[in-house]
Design a protein around this ligand. Structure first.
Ligand SMILES: [Zn+2]
Length: 397
């Protein structure tokens, strides 16, 4: 078994121990073995680490009732701290605060109106983070680590030292958050973070999952047999730039007819306004699509185009799970069914046989939740199950 697989098991076992202590309160070592189904040796080794980290504390020896010698009860230290997961996307900013067992203590989302106005977007993010750390939330609980997700491609290599606009923004958001939160803050890509949340949320370990992010930008993150696929230059999964037509609109990547220019939310809203000029915004479009046949047809056409592209990707990867997330998913309440119709046009029968297609478990919190889970991995330590982007985390070596 690979060392990554072993550390993944170790991390899952650590979570099981923390989860049991969180659910049952004070427990003896023997009770903990029974509750988790882990061996004595494994349980004791994990407890030693958690006690060294100050996460688990031991009470005085007390009789447990029944025969046998008194045992010490173990419990989570309420002052052990929390982690924060943060997202700055092209259409929203989001933050979650998680405790040691991954339970969400607080979460919030704020719309980003103009993704091109960087300073305004960061101001929205900083206001959100300020609310997350205000008492009585994380304020009463020591913040141990934070991770922020940003849209678009991350640098191609860990040793990349760039000076372009993207690099300046990564440095800017990291330094502002680090100063505001007082802990080192890691930075990575939003879509990958959302994939982490969806993978974990489904209790997966070794499976293959494709997460498709469908908002202003369109991209995917591929978890291949439990490992995040980075690619040679850290840009795997960019299916939004799959050219789907020769006469399509120009794309910011320099090409034209990219999938993103056809199914991105800005384009869908623009097309909807051609038939319904009074539409206020994307939320208004979502509301009216349910009852307006012309808007419903537009949604079906969009889903079909998207589904065909997803089906092409599935033929190459052959995943067990495809998850659709982002704003576009809110367009209809049967979005996965509409996309499945397009997928059926292109995906081989044998590919479809082994896969499930579903919408996001975490909705607008997917990326921030994934960021929180990875921040937790970071302090539990020692292993980072899915994310190989740890190089962009100054505290991760
Ligand atoms: Zn493009």
């Amino acid at each position: 078994m690979s060392s990554t697989a072993l550390s993944a098991i170790r991390l899952a076992n650590t979570r099981a121990v923390i989860g049991a202590l969180d659910a049952h309160g004070g427990m003896s070592r023997a009770q903990l073995c029974t509750a988790t189904g882990l061996s004595r040796t494994t349980t004791h080794a994990i407890l030693r680490e958690l006690m060294d980290d100050g996460v688990v504390i031991e009470g005085p020896a007390t009789p447990l009732g029944g025969p046998g010698r008194p045992e010490r009860r173990l419990r989570l230290d309420p002052g052990a701290g929390v982690v924060m997961g943060i997202e700055l996307g092209r259409s929203q900013a989001a933050a979650v605060v998680l405790n040691w067992s991954g339970v969400v203590l607080w979460s919030s989302t704020t719309a980003v109106d103009d993704p091109l106005d960087w300073d305004a977007s960061v101001a929205i993010l900083m206001e959100l983070v300020g609310r997350a750390t205000a008492p009585p939330r994380a304020g009463t609980n020591k913040l141990r680590h934070a991770l922020v997700g940003l849209p678009g491609l991350m640098p191609s290599s860990p040793h990349h030292v760039g000076t372009d606009e993207r690099d300046r923004r990564i440095a800017d958001v990291r330094s502002r958050l680090t100063e505001s939160l007082g802990v080192p803050v890691g930075v990575t890509g939003n879509t990958r973070l959302a994939a982490v949340a969806e993978f974990r949320g489904r209790g997966l370990a070794q499976e293959t999952l494709i997460y498709c992010h469908l908002s202003r930008g369109v991209g995917a993150a591929i978890v291949l047999g439990g490992h995040l696929l980075r690619g040679a230059t850290n840009s795997a999964g960019e299916f939004g730039h799959m050219r789907t037509t020769d006469d399509g609109p120009p794309c910011h990547c320099g090409s034209h007819g990219c999938l993103e220019t056809l199914v991105g939310t800005d384009r869908v809203l623009a097309q909807a306004r051609d038939v319904r000029p009074d539409l206020q915004d994307f939320d208004d479009l979502c509301r009216r699509t349910a009852t307006d046949p012309a808007l419903r047809r537009l949604a079906e056409d969009t889903a079909r185009t998207l589904g065909r592209a997803v089906g092409n990707m599935c033929n190459i990867i052959n995943p067990e799970h495809v998850v659709l997330g982002g704003d576009l998913v809110r367009l209809t309440d049967d979005w996965d069914v509409l996309v499945a119709a397009g997928l059926d046009d292109t995906a081989l029968g044998q590919v479809q046989e082994g896969m499930s297609l579903s919408t996001s478990l975490h909705g607008r919190q997917a990326a921030s939740h994934g960021a929180g889970l990875l921040a937790l991995d970071h302090i539990l330590g020692r292993a980072n199950l899915l994310e190989s982007d740890g190089s962009h985390d100054p505290t991760h070596h």
